[in-house]
Design a protein around this ligand. Structure first.
Ligand code: TYD
Ligand code: MG
Length: 478
């Protein structure tokens, strides 16, 4: 049977397939990403006659469901994100910027597993064995019985790992360096990455090992090459951090066997990654007490409360269209807040540049951060610091009313634990008896109440000479 060779053109950014070359990918809009590849789909399965399908038994919905067999990594913050450890026979993709610490995290995890008696194999396609050894020495892990290899051929790796005792953990650093004979494209192309991942996933399912693939991230934050690999694996973790900070945050973007809202927090030190068990302490460690424009948000990351400082800067703009810049929060929520402040609270920011930043490199997705962001904005505009012993949380609706948020007791307890004595929060839907004890809750039912409180404090502030007329109490506008 002769192979019918249709040239296939594949976008190296999004994996879209076209039948002719184009300068611009119509699917993702990127330029010069389309490359001709021989698709595995066009090739006949060599030498194998077509066979009749095997008959298999169908199962009822009811039945024994054993928990996914987990392999604890010995790193609590990593286990938290995976949902309790690596699942045997599953494949996990770890993405992150170059130099963020992916290899460091994984050599630490494989060393911990190897030390507890599980066979762990670390295959590096990027570094020589000596380089990996050097890193392990620096981390004080040189004595751990991890088995190393510097290899890029998927067939050779699978053949080697099929011999002897099945490894419990296999690390492939990185999937972009791997190649397989079954396709002709160059390593790093979508087809190669996809086929290599496919082969490794099949191997993981067959032998029951937990396989971790490291994936490079492109400049716009996506795991390079195919999004398809993300769809093929069981879990996708992303390792993030701000360049200037030592903090690293591990987050699950997808997880077939666990939650996706937990984060793991690490600190990069001279001897590897250190777990940060209490992230609030870390995020508040550089607090600028008494400065206007900062509010502490009592947030939740998964099941864990995390306090973090939200910083705002509001300044008269010299531009026709004022600037709005946000780091660590959703820009469209900032636009909404600015509109609500304008429409319901008489706070006009139309002529002001507005900058909002979440301290410590954390990224907040919760709507509960609305109240803290609003407090920081108004405080900056009024040049009046907020009370340093208070935390803020609550979702703001378009009408300016506050909506209750979940996990109120945990937020208040965490605030109390860190020495805060007051909280500005919406009325709770239910009476909560154990709401922290030491933290007094000032109920905010509408955003203009909070604006009025800040305006009143600002009027009492002796440091200010002339009252700023951009901040008027509600009802005074006209
Ligand atoms: P690495 O794990 O190689 O990153 P990735 O695999 O994600 O590319 O980490 C590289 C960076 O981490 C490098 O800039 C040096 C720094 N580092 C430390 O600060 N301390 C350490 O103990 C190690 C091993 C690395
Ligand atoms: Mg690396």
């Amino acid at each position: 049977m002769a192979a019918r060779r249709n040239p296939t053109f594949i976008c190296q950014n999004c994996g879209a397939v076209t039948n002719r070359w184009q300068g611009k990918c119509e699917s993702c809009g990127e330029w010069n990403t389309i490359v001709e590849e021989t698709s595995a789909l066009d090739r006949p399965v060599s030498g194998r006659p077509s066979r009749k399908g095997r008959v298999f038994a169908l199962e009822p919905l009811t039945g024994e469901t054993p928990n996914a067999p987990r392999l604890s990594s010995g790193i609590a913050e990593l286990d938290r994100v995976t949902g309790g450890g690596f699942v045997r026979g599953s494949v996990l993709l770890l993405g992150g910027d170059p130099g963020i610490g992916k290899s460091t995290l994984l050599i630490q995890a494989s060393a911990a597993l190897a030390r507890s008696g599980h066979r762990s194999v670390y295959v590096s396609g990027e570094e020589a064995v000596a380089q990996v050894r050097l890193r392990a020495e620096r981390l004080g892990l040189a004595s751990a019985p991890v088995e190393l290899a510097s290899e890029t051929s998927v067939e050779d790796i699978i053949a080697t790992l099929s011999e002897g005792q099945v490894p419990k953990l296999i690390i492939i650093d990185s999937i972009q360096t791997m190649w397989t004979d079954t396709v002709e494209s160059a390593p790093g192309t979508v087809t190669q990455v996809r086929s290599s991942a496919q082969a490794l996933i099949r191997f993981a399912k067959r032998c029951g090992a937990a396989v971790i693939l490291v994936g490079h991230v492109t400049k716009d934050g996506q795991i390079a090459g195919p999004r398809v690999v993300e769809h093929m694996v069981d879990a996708v973790l992303s390792f993030e951090g701000e360049g200037s900070h030592q903090f690293r945050i591990l987050r699950a973007l997808k997880n077939r066997f666990g939650p996706t809202d937990e984060i793991g927090v690490f600190e990069m030190t001279g001897i590897g990654l250190r777990e940060v068990a209490n992230p609030s302490e870390l995020f508040l460690s550089e607090r600028n007490l008494g400065a206007p424009g900062t509010a502490v948000f009592a947030g939740m990351e998964g099941t864990r409360p995390v306090l973090v400082e939200m910083q705002a800067l509001v300044a008269p703009s010299s531009l026709g269209t004022p600037r709005r810049a946000v780091v660590g929060w959703d820009p469209s929520r900032l636009s909404m807040l600015i509109a609500v402040l304008d429409a319901h609270c008489g706070v006009r920011l139309g002529q002001h540049d507005v900058y909002l930043n979440v301290a410590g490199g954390l990224r907040i997705n919760e709507p509960a951060a609305d109240l803290a962001a609003a407090a920081a904005l108004v405080s900056s505009l009024a040049e009046s610091p907020l009370p340093s012993e208070a935390v803020y949380f609550g979702e703001i609706s378009l009408s300016g009313a506050l909506r209750p948020v979940s996990h109120r007791p945990s937020r208040l307890r965490e605030a109390g634990k860190l020495g805060f004595s007051a909280a500005f929060a919406p009325e709770s839907a239910r009476a909560d008896p154990d709401s922290g004890g030491t933290v007094r809750v000032n109920v905010v039912s509408a955003l203009h109440d909070l604006v009025a409180t800040i305006a009143a404090a600002s009027a009492r502030n002796p440091k200010r000479s002339a009252p700023r007329n951009d901040l008027r109490k509600p009802g005074q506008e006209g």
